[in-house]
Design a protein around this ligand. Structure first.
Ligand code: NAD
Ligand code: DAU
Length: 355
């Protein structure tokens, strides 16, 4: 049995589904169900006794201690976080609360539980913290990709809060001996991603006849990884990662944002042409840049390949085709997550960006 936090969000839900495709070990799934968490993501597990969902907050140390005592998991994987950079710019408080205070409360409850374990249960226990490449800051065009030994130089409230959480995990290992693992991954895309992030926003807006808002000159570079590949990498690290170590995970797939948006438009032109015969690319609109916008991220994923034999299975072409098809087939999912709060968010984020 393992305990997963944030397992109703994009990566967490994909992880739980991939986990059961790979093995039968039970999962306790603790999620607060913020705007980003959605039980519909786990609908295919209804009635499946291997999966137990608990609504709760990682800031609630007593709840976590109770769950650990009751279920005796052999590992905890922490996905729970506030994850959207633009939201962290408009309102950093919740990022500090969940990503920093929440990780602290979770670590402390896990430490208490782990201290009480004995023998093999204690030696085999793992706390895996899921983090981001954004902790390393930004790269110039000709800089080498981020390796595990890069300095932490976070630039947004989101990345600063994730950097703080990574430091806490590191300290709980060095000071208390908690058997931790950290993964720092690049930009994910795929099914179940909330349409506030670049790829799903562009697909959903294109199909809805809305503008496709490209920040600044659109030449910022991200290293895109299909979400199932990230999930498989996490399993690999859980199974074989060295305690106390960090593993960078990336797609070997750097692309400027504008190229991503144009690729989506061209693919939609093929599979779901606009009624007027024009290209979706006509909806592209350049808008005011994100404050403090990091120019380039790129992951050097050689360590996880050399030590654990992981490489991504999907190319960008296959991954983006699957993703677009998923959004075409799951319009009701998109409609369901586009609540009043979602529309309010779009008004807040894009109101002052026009022109
Ligand atoms: P997401 O925003 O889609 O999902 C986050 C989930 O955490 C939601 O289900 C939400 O309800 C839950 N949650 C939030 N606050 C909580 C709290 N206080 N207690 C319990 N649950 C809470 O995020 P995601 O994109 O799935 O990211 C998951 C993790 O992976 C995050 O830690 C993020 O930093 C990291 N990450 C994301 C990416 C990416 O490209 N999306 C890349 C690298 C790392
Ligand atoms: O690098 C990993 C990180 O990737 C994760 O840690 C974060 O949780 C995840 O949100 C993501 O952060 P980004 O800021 O890179 O992702 P986002 O999808 O918000 O933006 C990707 C790029 O696209 C970025 O350069 C900003 C740009 N963008 C984004 C939106 C939403 C636009 O040009 N227009 C938009 O409307």
């Amino acid at each position: 049995m393992i305990l997963v936090t944030g397992g109703a969000g994009f990566i967490g839900a994909n992880f739980v589904l991939e986990w059961f495709a790979d093995r039968d070990e039970a999962v306790i799934n603790l999620d607060k169900l913020t705007y980003a968490g959605n039980l519909q993501n786990l609908a295919s597990l209804a009635g499946d006794e291997r999966h137990q969902f608990v609504r709760g907050d990682i800031c609630d140390g007593e709840l976590i201690a109770r769950l650990l005592a009751e279920h005796q998991p052999r590992a905890v994987i922490n996905f729970a976080a506030e994850s959207h950079v633009d939201r962290s710019i408009h309102g950093p408080g919740e990022f500090i609360e969940t990503n920093v205070v929440g990780t602290f409360r979770l670590l402390d409850a896990v430490r208490g539980y782990w201290n009480g374990l004995e023998g093999e249960a204690k030696a085999g226990f793992r706390f895996l913290h899921v983090s981001t490449d954004e902790v390393y800051g930004t790269l110039a065009a000709d800089d080498p990709a981020f390796s595990e030994s890069n300095r932490y130089e976070p630039n947004s409230p989101y990345s600063a809060s994730k950097a703080a959480s990574d430091h806490l995990v590191r300290a709980w290992h060095h000071t208390y001996g908690l058997p931790t693992l950290i993964t720092n991954c690049s930009n994910n895309y795929g099914p179940l991603q909330f349409p506030e992030k670049l790829i799903p926003l562009m697909i959903v807006n294109a199909l809805g006849g809305k503008p496709l808002p490209v920040y600044g000159d659109g030449m910022q570079i991200r290293d895109w990884l299909y979400v199932a590949d990230h999930c498989r990498a996490i399993m690999r690290v859980l199974d074989g990662g060295k305690v106390g170590e960090t593993y960078n995970i990336g797609g070997w797939n750097e692309k400027p944002n504008i190229e991503i948006v144009k690729t989506i438009c061209a693919m939609l032109d093929d599979v779901r042409p606009r009624n007027d015969g024009a290209s979706y690319a006509e909806q592209i609109t350049y808008v005011t840049d994100r404050p403090g916008h990091d120019r380039r991220y790129a992951i050097d994923a050689r360590k996880i390949e050399a030590e654990l034999g992981w490489r991504p299975d999907e190319s960008f072409d296959t991954g983006i085709a699957k993703t677009i098809q998923w959004y075409l087939d799951n319009g009701s999912w998109t409609e369901a997550v586009q609540s009043g709060a979602y529309r309010e968010w779009l008004d807040t984020n894009y109101a002052d960006r026009t022109g």
